[in-house]
Design a protein around this ligand. Structure first.
Ligand code: ADP
Ligand code: MG
Ligand code: ZN
Length: 509
């Protein structure tokens, strides 16, 4: 177990009283194209190491790249959805540096001619306050391979016996979306950071261009933070030059984005308050310890010897093509949520829970399959979310279809099963025993409301509990609960409780 030396931090409230945070977010998103950015290799996640490689993505001499047209389309659609201008003519560039996970010794990227520039994304916080985050650019590039450090205690290179490299990821299409420095949110800055990444993730998901799984690294966020002394008014504040920034790399959950930004504000505030200065560097978020640690120094003038890529033709989408792609943009996620919330009659809180559970589409499909919105919401944000969380899986990957959930809700609605039994039916569906109907039949789970069977059970309950029966005869109707309970127990919860109550009272009045 290694311990991490932690820096001094200032209490958050004090930090944001003394300083004004400035934020810059760089989000890398892996596109879900079938093939890589410049070759025909598969992009499927999780294959055996180094089975999805070829001369192009291994950078072998003489191999020639070809741009993936589907990736360019996705890049343009992302740019348009962010309100960017699409660059009519732009070249790729070589970003030269050495690292073992990059077989070509340069990354093919875009430098001063990105595909999309000057956009924005509006984000709304939980309390309804909204902020516009300006986007500087979105550019195309390729992912690197992955290093695996073997033998050490931490999985890091220090202390490892040897390292392995997997080039399956090398060459996967990436879009990097970079914000302009964002200022003016004060103590809400960490929340804005989180909300921005969440809104961007929703947008990319709606566009269908990426599976946006932060935990698998298909969406990764670098958070730049700096502080400047707080001024008396916003006008004066705007005159104060930006402070030195740090860049916390590869933060891999929404919650961590918020925590990392917050931590950096507290850490930098402590240094600056003590008369120290901030080192411009990359930092690493330590999820367990809840802090960032120093990475490598990083100046703005890092020299990558960028030059235009000679092996690729420029990307030059014509205006008609861009308009054709604009017509394929989906309804913006916030508008769509508003429309669905109104149609379903959900409260803000109910809708937010649904969105946070990633259940909007599932509820939509369940309603389309005939369930009431309330029932669909109840199942997906309740029981099914609980089960997904317990198993640590995405809600959408729970093995039950919206149609099956609608059928389950229908069975409850019609009184053929009650809520308790419905959960058993769900167990059966999840265990692969078939549709809810089939599980009800196979497991004999239907509620019994047939007077013959219920009447006999009621008679047995009365006989077994003579004193309770006498109380009811004496007018203490509340005592009926004990007999109803006895009948339910005998019938393993499958009796129609309302009918049992009627039968008890009929017999004892
Ligand atoms: P790099 O090559 O260092 O990653 P980028 O231009 O890709 O640089 O991204 C830098 C990010 O940091 C951008 O989002 C930018 O808006 C932001 N940024 C620049 N200066 C500051 C600053 N002083 N404080 C906070 N963020 C900043
Ligand atoms: Mg960058
Ligand atoms: Zn390849």
């Amino acid at each position: 177990m290694t311990t991490i030396a932690s820096d001094e931090v200032l209490a958050y409230d004090e930090a944001v009283q003394r300083f004004d945070p400035v934020l810059g977010l760089e989000v890398h998103v892996e596109l879900s194209t079938r093939t890589k950015m410049f070759c025909g290799c598969s992009t499927v996640f999780g294959a055996e190491p180094n089975t999805q490689v070829c001369p192009v993505c291994l950078g072998l001499p003489g191999a020639l790249p070809v741009v993936n047209a589907a990736a360019v389309e996705s890049a343009i659609r992302i740019g348009l959805a962010l309100g960017c201008t699409i660059t009519p003519w732009g070249r790729f560039a070589r970003k030269n540096y050495f690292y073992p996970d990059m077989p070509k010794n340069f990354q093919t990227s875009q430098y001063d001619e990105p595909i999309a520039v000057d956009g924005h994304l509006d984000v709304v916080l939980d309390d309804g306050s909204s902020y516009r985050v300006d986007i500087e650019r979105a550019h195309m590039e390729e992912d690197t391979g992955k290093s695996l450090h073997v033998g050490g205690a931490t999985g890091r290179i220090h202390g490892a016996d040897h390292s392995l490299v997997d080039y399956n990821r090398a060459g996967i299409p990436l879009i990097e979306i970079v914000t302009r420095p964002f200022e003016g949110a004060g103590d809400r800055t960490p929340e804005v950071a989180r909300a921005y990444v969440a809104a961007l993730r929703d947008l990319l998901r709606a566009l269908g261009v990426s599976d946006v799984r932060m935990e698998q690294g298909s969406l990764r966020c670098d958070a730049n933070v700096s502080l400047r002394p707080r001024a008396a008014t916003p006008q004066e504040q705007a005159q104060v030059p930006f402070g030195t920034r740090t860049e916390t790399k590869n933060v891999n959950s929404l919650r961590s984005v918020e925590r990392a930004v917050r931590y950096e504000i507290c850490r930098q505030a402590a240094r600056l308050s003590a008369g120290g200065s901030i080192v411009q560097e990359t930092r690493h978020w330590q999820e367990g310890a809840g802090l960032t640690t120093s990475g490598r120094p990083k100046s703005d003038a890092d020299d990558y010897r960028y030059f235009p890529e000679p092996d690729l033709v420029p990307v030059a989408p014509d205006a008609a093509e861009v308009e054709r792609l604009r017509a394929t943009l989906p309804e913006a996620p916030p508008l769509r949520r508003r429309r669905l919330q109104d149609a379903w009659g959900f409260s803000d809180l109910e809708m937010r829970d649904l969105v946070n559970a990633g259940a909007t589409e599932l509820v939509e499909q369940t309603v389309a399959a005939g369930a009431s919105p309330a029932a669909a919401r109840k199942w997906w944000s309740g029981e099914l979310s609980r089960r997904a969380n317990a198993e640590g899986r995405e809600l959408a990957s729970v093995p039950v279809t919206p149609e099956q959930v609608a059928q389950l809700a229908g069975l409850v609605e019609s009184g053929r099963i009650n809520d308790t039994i419905a959960r058993q039916v769900l167990d059966g569906v999840l265990a692969g025993e078939g549709s809810p109907e089939e599980v009800v039949t196979a497991r004999g789970l239907e509620v019994v409301s047939d007077d013959g069977a219920l009447g006999a059970a009621v008679d047995r309950a009365i006989e077994a509990n003579p004193d309770v029966a006498q109380k009811i005869r004496d007018g203490k109707v509340a005592a009926a609960g004990a007999l109803i309970g006895a009948v339910m127990k005998e019938m393993r919860g499958q009796a129609d409780a309302a009918r049992v109550r009627e039968l008890v009272l009929e017999r004892l009045s």
